[in-house]
Design a protein around this ligand. Structure first.
Ligand code: ATP
Length: 303
């Protein structure tokens, strides 16, 4: 099994709790977005899983085993934690070769992952000359090197240009479609919505949500319809008989709360009122996410 399991995972630094009794699973075959405001505990959770830090209590395991007990850990779990960590004096190719040797990974993988991540043409340049986006791609290449079933990527879109962001989105989807377990942290909902199937949201080290992207959206959106009509008065009367209110939105547009386009369309058709435009409006995901995390956001200035 290649799922990741967190059970009552807790990490305290002195009096402050970076991770607080966290329990959730990350399952294979889908991309799990790991969201939370700055300081919510995402990186700490990933570090605890990789054995880079010790939990105060609780466990973090891959297929029931702690990372340090895994055989061939680089072939089981690939991680991008800090794209700046690579040694600047080395070339990208040498950096990957050293990692391959350490992880008992066939050297042929080095060229493969450089091609997969679009850095083959700069393979022999020193890493210190790399832009943040190129370092990020190198970090992803390192994570993919052992062809692992489990991938942990901490803010992988950091520093990527729009083309890079589209590329990583597709890469994440392909990795999940292969049946891999993919956990990707971000503090941006809008970005995460573009690639994640499932969401885990943290706030101050605590679990705030563990839900499919679809449920997250449905649970937080009150239905609302936006429309244009040439006969607002007749539509208003028809809607009000059904308990709905037509509200002016300016520019000849109207909104109706608490109804979906399908039902509104039927009401209008039943009355013979022409509808020129009709669309369901979805709640802004970023807003739903901000609402969820607002009371848990941790800013140095307020501490
Ligand atoms: N080594 C450490 N010593 C003391 N405090 C730490 C240490 N590492 C993390 N923390 C604290 O733990 C909390 C969680 O930090 P963490 O980096 O895990 O959050 P994050 O969700 O990854 O945030 P970001 O999006 O900013 O990376 C923060 O308050 C941070 O200051």
């Amino acid at each position: 099994m290649n799922s990741i399991e967190f059970r009552e995972l807790t990490k305290s630094y002195g009096a402050s709790r970076a991770v607080d009794h966290l329990t959730f699973d990350v399952l294979p075959g889908r991309v799990t977005g790991f969201l939370g405001p700055n300081g919510a505990g995402k990186s700490t959770t990933m570090r605890l899983l990789l054995g880079l830090d010790r939990p105060t209590s609780g466990t973090a395991t891959v297929g029931g085993q702690r990372y340090r007990d895994l055989q061939d850990p680089l072939r089981r779990v690939g991680a991008l934690l800090d794209a700046q960590a690579a040694h600047g004096g080395r070339t990208a190719r040498d950096h990957l070769r050293v990692l391959a040797a350490a992880g008992r990974i066939p050297e042929g993988r080095v060229q493969e992952v450089m091609e997969q991540t679009g850095i083959a043409s700069v393979a022999d340049r020193r890493i210190k000359s790399f832009s943040l986006g190129m370092r990020q791609r190198l970090g992803i290449a390192s994570a993919l090197l052992g062809d692992p079933e489990v991938l942990l990527l901490d803010e992988p879109t950091n520093g990527l240009d729009p083309e890079g962001i589209v590329w990583i989105r597709e890469l994440l989807r392909e990795l999940a479609a292969d049946g891999r377990t993919v956990l990707v942290s971000s503090h941006l909902m809008s970005e995460t919505a573009a690639f994640a199937d499932h969401l885990v949201v943290l706030g101050r080290g605590r679990l705030l949500a563990d839900t499919s992207m679809e449920e997250f959206i449905d649970a937080r959106s009150t239905p609302r319809v936006r429309l244009r009509t040439s006969e607002p008065d007749r539509l208003r009367a028809a809607l009000s008989r059904q308990g709905f209110e037509l509200t002016g939105a300016g520019g000849g547009r109207w909104t109706v709360e608490g109804i979906q386009a399908e039902r509104l369309g039927r009401i209008a058709a039943g009355e013979g009122v022409p509808v020129l435009e009709l669309a369901d409006e979805r709640v802004s995901l970023e807003q739903a996410y901000l609402d969820l995390t607002a009371e848990h956001a941790q800013f140095a200035a307020t501490r």
